[in-house]
Ligand binder design. Structure first.
Ligand code: HMG
Ligand code: MG
Length: 328
């Protein structure tokens, strides 16, 4: 039996790529915030437990946003304590000081503010102009850093294209990245919220950020897979030295305030490619696929991830093969 039949690609490392990538898993937050039906907190907690069991070390748990804006995550106070004992990092989104208060009260050690590269999305997502949104984040970041050095991620949405404004100029993205770093964010996540980036565009943005003095070690990438470009874009980012990649188990996701957004890059598709490139993630692909199959059963529809489909199919084919042997 060859490696692919066992559920893993052959590892063929490529020069110039990192040897290890940290996956920032966003399925429980970015994924479930976009589900029509609200998933019960107990199911979310079990999802996060299972994800932690696969070897993922950073699992974004939920958002402390206004419950009317994202009702799917209104159970943050119930969910966070139910998973806080896990030996993994559990970042949470906080848009403002009210969100930070709620997160810190429950002992969160990693928070994320979420800015936009465009005015239109700042308005749609945060009910603020871009400058007002940055002003709203300033005390959040300062207070988080004061609170025994809570780690702060700065998301930046619409880095490549925006459903209202079209293509987003690279210098505009660089400017907001700079503002978030100057504010004190420890890392940035470059969001392709509606999935319109292509590898050359990713390369151009990363080059511009490097030229503007932004260390690549502070950068993560966050690709949605609307046009099937998320893996190619990730590969372009790896070639620039990026080692933090956001992904969502089973390809869950979207954004309730950007209608054209679909699911994130599926974590399984990412792990499959990284395994093939000989890049370590610490994630067990088989148990990750099993977790996404379990979650898909709760959601009542199959995972859009090609890797989940292929490996889940392989498993069921292997099971029926074994059964037919038993019957003989
Ligand atoms: P607003 O309506 O302007 O709120 O919303 P406000 O500041 O005027 O306050 C109104 C009331 O809300 C007040 O209560 C506040 O206390 C309360 P009142 O005094 O009237 O009784 N309030 C809150 N309650 C609980 N928790 C809070 C909170 N804040 C205010 N945190 C706000 C402004 C920012 C709150 C709202 O727009 C919001 O919650 N937006 C969140 C939208 C969101 O979560 N979007 C999805 C995440 S971003 C994303 O998915 C993209 C990403 O994946 C990257 C990518 O793909 O690009 C990260
Ligand atoms: Mg997103």
């Amino acid at each position: 039996m060859n490696a692919a039949e066992l559920g893993l690609p052959m590892a063929v490392p490529e020069k110039g790529l990192p040897s290890r990538v940290r996956i920032h898993e966003v399925g429980a937050r970015d994924g479930l915030q976009n589900e029509k039906a609200t998933v019960p907190a107990e199911v979310k907690a079990e999802f996060i437990r299972r994800l932690a069991g696969t070897g993922l070390t950073t699992i974004e748990a939920t958002s402390f946003v206004h419950p009317k804006w994202v009702p799917q995550l209104a159970d943050a106070e119930q969910l966070f304590p139910a998973v806080a004992d896990l030996p993994v990092e559990l970042p949470v989104l906080v848009p403002n000081e009210r969100g930070l208060d709620r997160a810190l009260a429950l002992g969160a050690r990693r928070v994320a503010v979420f800015a936009s590269a465009t005015e239109s999305f700042a308005k749609a997502n945060l009910n603020r102009t871009l400058d007002e949104a940055l002003a709203m984040f300033e005390p959040v970041v300062a207070r988080a850093k004061d609170a025994d050095g809570v780690h702060v991620r700065g998301y930046l949405s619409m880095c490549f294209g925006d459903p209202w404004e079209g293509a987003v100029p690279v210098p505009q993205v660089v400017k907001v990245c700079r503002a978030l770093l100057d504010m004190g964010c420890d890392e940035l996540s470059l969001g392709d919220t509606i999935g319109v980036a292509t590898p050359g565009h990713v390369s151009a943005l990363l080059t511009a950020l490097t030229e503007a003095g932004v260390p690549v070690s502070t950068l993560g990438v966050h690709f949605h897979d609307t046009y099937g470009q998320a893996l190619s874009n990730t590969y372009a980012a790896l070639r620039h030295g990026v080692t933090t990649v956001d992904a969502s188990a089973g390809g869950l996701g979207g954004c309730p305030y950007a209608k054209s957004a679909t699911g994130n890059l599926a974590t399984e598709d990412l792990v499959w490619m990284l395994r093939g490139l000989g890049i370590d993630t610490g994630v067990d692909l088989g148990s990750l696929v099993a977790t996404s199959v379990w979650m898909a059963a709760h959601l009542g529809r199959p995972s859009p991830s090609r890797t989940v489909r292929a490996l889940a199919h392989q498993d069921s084919a292997a099971d029926s093969h074994a059964d037919s042997h038993k019957e003989q």
